[in-house]
Ligand binder design. Structure first.
Ligand code: 7PM
Length: 323
């Protein structure tokens, strides 16, 4: 199923296509040069959920529900404020909503399960009670938080620890039959940016994600329910982030959908000279379009409307059509 790193694919969007071009994972926009033993696996569509399309990149809209993100510090009215944010992301064209109640910012403190559950599950229940049916992912490392979220109406688990934090999270995910995103990180949020080192960052992240996929399957999670993520900014220098982005299409060799989260991250500020995270939307769009061209199936962003607009143009300019 998984292709060895040395044989992992590269992606193309140039036009006209080469003879023997095959769609990458069912994409209408991204192709690879076929004719290897692995072509069928690479070309096969890899649905995230039955309701989501496979032929274009999906936009995952971030809905942060940490107390510091609310006008009142996360007490009165914060559920309503979070639901309003979710509605805004859906109206802007989000395909998936990512709800997160734990800041995994470098150096951030841990949040107890009860607090993280109290922040997230009521928001998910309220989103569903309002009739919003957009798939929801729960951004958590913890089984208790994921279980409450899935019971409240979430569909997908987004685990930045790739099942290294909570031994129970695999069981909960398997019981609900939920898709799970396994993200690479070196170290924990407290320590990860201290001095990240790799001999060969692409190969090491690739092999590590492959091993975490094997672990998930051994714990009862179906292989087709796994999503991978290189974890931009999680124990990576500027150069590590750039190498992973340039080589992102290689990760299709793992045989799973690829998610990319780069929105407003530090490296965008470093390369553009923009210190304020909220002002990094244009750089984030540039990275989103790059991820799309690398065949990423899910692009996790703060600025949904802007990303959807940029992708609408990218889609028109890369669509496979007859001459
Ligand atoms: C503060 C700093 C708060 C950084 C939150 C963050 C990813 C993720 C995050 C990602 C997946 C952010 C991060 N990043 N989940 N959750 N992939 N799958 O910038 O890259 O949003 S939290």
């Amino acid at each position: 199923m998984r292709i060895p790193f040395a044989d992992a694919p590269t992606a193309r969007t140039d036009w006209p296509r080469a003879d023997g071009a095959l769609p990458l994972a069912g994409s209408a926009h991204v192709w690879f040069e076929g004719a290897s033993a692995d072509s069928a696996m690479l070309a096969r569509p890899k649905p995230i959920l039955p309701s989501l399309p496979v032929d274009r990149p999906l936009v995952m809209g971030i809905v942060n529900v940490t107390p510091d993100s609310f006008s009142d510090g996360g007490t009165l009215g914060s559920v309503a404020e979070a639901v309003a944010r979710a509605r805004t992301q859906v109206e802007a064209g989000a395909d998936i909503l990512d709800i997160g109640g734990e800041s995994t910012r470098p150096g951030a403190a841990e949040v107890p399960v009860v607090d993280e559950t109290a922040r997230t599950a009521p928001v998910i229940a309220a989103i569903r009670a309002e009739g919003i049916s957009t798939p929801i992912s729960i951004d958590t490392r913890k089984a208790g938080v994921a279980e409450a979220a899935l019971k409240a109406g979430a569909d997908i688990v987004n685990d930045v620890s790739a099942l290294t934090w909570d031994a129970d999270l695999a069981r909960v995910t398997a019981e609900f039959g939920a898709p799970i995103c396994l993200m690479h990180a070196q170290g924990t949020p407290q320590t990860m940016q201290a001095d990240p080192r790799y001999d060969d960052v692409l190969r090491e992240v690739y092999d590590w994600l492959g091993a975490r996929m094997d672990h998930a399957v051994a714990q009862g999670i179906a292989p087709e329910k796994i999503i991978t993520d290189v974890g931009i900014g999680f124990g990576k220098t500027l150069q590590h982030n750039l190498t992973l982005l340039k080589g992102l299409a290689l990760f299709h060799g793992l045989g799973a959908p690829v998610l990319l989260g780069a929105s407003r991250k530090r490296f965008i500020g470093t390369l553009s000279g923009v210190d304020e995270a909220a002002a990094r939307m244009p750089g984030s769009l540039a990275v989103a379009l790059h991820a799309a061209a690398q065949g990423a199936q899910i692009i996790r962003v703060h600025d949904v409307a802007e990303t959807v607009q940029a992708l609408a143009l990218w889609r028109a300019l890369t669509l496979e059509d007859d001459v």
